[in-house]
Design a protein around this ligand. Structure first.
Ligand code: C2O
Ligand code: CU
Ligand code: CU
Length: 475
């Protein structure tokens, strides 16, 4: 098992970005990195789009009441126009800016010809009723009112939302349905962290390409990587100043093996690293988010995602799929007049469970096999919304060993309750934990305060749709 974050020698923030590493990789990026068919220039030779971020919907007076309307819309993607799926007509959808203690009310309207719903990935909230309930199905033409209450001590951090209607999740997310959620106490009118929602898509004939069964089994990877819906957008930063990026991996299956510049990672998912970890490589599995500081470079430097080996490629039964290629996420462009983003104080992690009494241990095993088509199972079973796979006692701590008995990596996601990695240096809480092929990972979970029924699943969303999901009930 490899630590997803490779440590470099501990260096102060003031030194970040001036090492030879960042510059060396930037040189490689300009000579060879590509992003699917489009590099930093849009088709037709148009200049690359300028930086932009999703619209922000911010709470006030303890609540955010908003509408999210899902529809198929014509979207500009990397200089061409394509039919995609969108929340409120935009890809990504609006960023929801919340404070601990807020109530989030979403009036979701389904303008598609198939069912959908919405899930607030990573929020520590109730999964019951019209809360963050993954069993809700909003039929075509219908609406649903979610009411999601964040506790007063909700962790600060970056979270996200996306559809969660079983059987349609990968198609809808790949189609363009995702948006960021940020929980903190900051007032963004004076300047905000940079939101970087990373996704991937394949376009064909002016629409999102259909995927083959082989691509579903493998977990679809898009040819084009987008940051806030743009191909390799330029972000103006003042040389030597610190820029704060909140990065969301909203890809359906693609792991983001981030590098190309020095990063100081303040946290992943709902966990905080105190002090921040200085790295030159950061792997975000599908669904993971990171709070990262970078330093404005002296010359243009790219944040890149290198092709990531996640196993299964040699399996004949997987069928042929195109190999993944390296991609540029964004380009930091020096500009002395740029305003740096304010850096909010570091947040606390959830309660450290390293020394906690473990009330119960369980093992969950992921398998793949041949049934009618290939099966994707947890503990030998495919998802059944009417079956409870694990019942946990409220306010207990459990230790779960996640066993991957397959030849592919599976990023394991548990709704509502964060998982603390056991045997890792420092305190590391995630809501998506990568379980590499043929290995196991142990986590601890405090099943605190939210009675109810929810799900855990592989966050390669094709695998989730194919059945690699189970139900947990806390009571
Ligand atoms: Cu990001 Cu169950 O999902
Ligand atoms: Cu989730
Ligand atoms: Cu999987």
């Amino acid at each position: 098992m490899t630590d997803p974050i490779s440590r470099r020698s501990a260096i102060g923030l003031g030194l970040l970005g001036v090492g030879s590493l960042g510059l060396g990789v930037a040189g490689v990026a300009s000579s060879g990195f590509r992003s699917g068919p489009w590099a930093t220039t849009a088709p037709g030779g148009a200049a690359a789009a300028s930086w932009s971020e999703p619209t922000v919907l911010a709470s006030s007076g303890g609540a955010l009441t908003c509408e999210l309307t899902v529809s198929e819309t014509q979207i500009d993607v990397g200089g061409s126009s394509a039919r995609m799926l969108a929340y409120n007509g935009a890809v990504p959808g609006p960023t929801l800016h919340l404070r601990p203690g807020d109530t989030l009310r979403i009036h979701l309207t389904n303008g598609l010809e198939e069912p959908t719903n919405v899930h607030t990935h990573g929020l520590l909230v109730s999964a019951e009723g019209n809360g963050d309930n993954p069993f809700v199905s909003v039929e075509p033409g219908e609406s649903f009112d979610y009411e999601i209450s964040l506790p007063d001590d909700h962790p600060h951090g970056v979270f996200w939302y996306h559809p969660h209607r079983h059987g349609f999740v990968a198609d809808q997310l790949f189609g363009g349905l995702y948006g960021a959620i940020v929980v903190d106490e900051e007032d963004w009118s004076e300047g905000a962290p940079r939101i970087v929602v990373v996704s991937d898509v394949t376009l064909s004939g002016g629409a999102v390409a259909a995927v083959s069964d082989a691509e579903r089994r493998r977990g679809r990877v898009g040819e084009v990587v987008l940051a806030n819906g743009l191909v390799a957008p330029p972000l103006a930063v003042s040389p030597g100043r610190t820029e704060r990026l909140l990065i969301v991996n909203a890809c359906a299956s693609r792991y983001l093996d981030l590098g190309g510049l020095a990063m100081s990672v303040r946290g992943v998912d709902s966990g905080a690293f105190i002090p921040p970890r200085a790295v030159d490589r950061l792997v975000l599995a599908p669904g993971n988010r990171a709070d990262v500081l970078v330093e404005g470079p002296e010359r243009p430097t790219s944040l890149v995602a290198r092709a990531y080996e996640r196993g299964g490629g040699g399996m004949g039964m997987m069928g042929a799929v195109a190999p993944e290629v390296d991609a540029t996420i964004l380009r930091l462009v020096p500009d002395a007049s740029a305003h740096p983003s304010p850096v909010a104080p570091s947040r606390d992690s959830p309660r450290d469970l390293s020394d906690a009494h473990v009330d119960r241990a369980r093992t969950l095993t992921f398998t793949m096999g041949m049934g009618r088509g290939m099966t994707f199972l947890i503990d030998g079973l495919a998802f059944d919304p009417d079956r409870v796979d694990h019942t946990v006692e409220l306010d207990t701590v459990e230790e779960w060993t996640l066993v991957n008995a397959t030849m592919m990596d599976h990023p394991f996601h548990l709704h509502i309750w964060p998982m603390q990695l056991v045997g890792h240096e420092g305190v590391d809480f995630r809501d998506v934990v990568d379980v590499p092929a043929g290995s196991s990972v142990t986590v601890r979970i405090a099943f605190d305060r939210f009675p109810g029924r929810t799900v855990y699943h592989c966050h390669i969303l094709d695998h989730e749709d194919l059945g690699m999901m189970g139900v947990v009930q806390a009571r």
